[in-house]
Design a protein around this ligand. Sequence first.
Ligand SMILES: Nc1ncnc2c1ncn2[C@@H]1O[C@H](COP(=O)(O)OP(=O)(O)OP(=O)(O)O)[C@@H](O)[C@H]1O
Ligand SMILES: [Mg+2]
Length: 406
Amino acid sequence: MLDPIDFIYNSASATKNAMHRLKLKTNPFSEKPIRGNTKFFVGRTSELREIADIFGAAQYGSVVNAAIVGTKGIGKSSLLNIIYYAAKKQGHWAVELTASQITPRQFLIQVLYNLIRENLISIDGTICSEYIKYSQKIMEIYRKLIDYGDRTPVHYPRERIERDFDFLLNEVKEEDKLCIILVDEADQFAKKSCLSLLQFFHSFLYEDGILAFFAGSPTLMDDLTKISPAMRDRIPKIINMPPLSKEESYDLIMRRLEDAHIGNAKKFDPFTDAAIDKIVEECDGIPRKIIMTCSESISIALKKGVSKIDEGIVKMAMEVLGISVGHQILNHLTPAQSKIVRALAELGGSSTVTELAKYLGNSPGTIGTHLSDIYEMGYIYKERNGNNVYYTLSKELMDVLMNDND
Ligand SMILES: Nc1ncnc2c1ncn2[C@@H]1O[C@H](COP(=O)(O)OP(=O)(O)OP(=O)(O)O)[C@@H](O)[C@H]1O
Ligand SMILES: [Mg+2]
């Protein structure tokens, strides 16, 4: 008979032993944000130099906003995070936002809220001493922002937000400080429904003392200027992130392994040299690909109970990872839902309930119900354009459904 308590105990210690056999304390390849810890950060010297130049110039009044662009998993968010900490270290105000997590309407509110919370209020919840003489007004704004939520809208009209913002920037902020705004996944703003937000950026990004960095895909600036041509002058600088070099890729793997090694492990233990070469060769200098391949290889080695990771295991890991997120989503949908997202793809990736119902020969009610289920799961986006609501496939589903040859 199997004792359930013993079972869990034994399995847990088996994993621990297997880890030990690999000469590791933990799997060092979990994907975690940098948060100011640059121990594992490699390369990017030319990008950092460009950013340092931008900072330097901005302090002397010549502000040049920049776009940081590159393919998926190349390290855009990580670089943005480093800028955030560098900005804070120099005493500037800084806010970091992810465009895909906020609606355009929420954007300004979120900027204002984060600006106050992260720059004007200390850890114990009181106003930082240097801003104490403005505390009443700041707290008044802050309280309004805390109450705000998409579900419980409070009356906070745009002009009012802009006025409060103006007050913070022009009265509260010291003149020698910059307000650095970091927008990650900025591609989300390259939509018609974001036009008014982009138009706001036109004046906003020309304010003295504001420096903005937008991170996104290689086509970010083209996409933004298609919606709003003036964006090109507002964000004149483009910092392009190329893949890591071979040396940098080796360095990335080694630093993480060394941190997790136990006892007398050698440099690249538990990987064989050939396994490491294969990872560096196959991952094309994309940090996320390298990290995920190493992590998956370790998981497989743990399950197999081996003490060395060879090329064979790396190959298996790459096969497992070959299943894209999009395919995983498709596996997760019911047949009816899957039919709808495929129809969406056939209609060009975006469509209304009416169009879809007509296309599939179903009632709009049924289609609408399915669509809202899929929307709730976050696999499609919803966007209003005039009187119509458009449903659009998520990036992951676009990738599998629209670029697939099968
Ligand atoms: N220069 C670097 N040195 C070491 N690790 C890095 C570096 N750049 C990125 N990474 C690691 O690679 C992973 C992916 O990086 P990140 O999330 O910054 O990429 P991204 O370009 O923002 O990806 P996405 O396109 O999905 O937004 C993270 O785990 C990060 O820690
Ligand atoms: Mg990112």
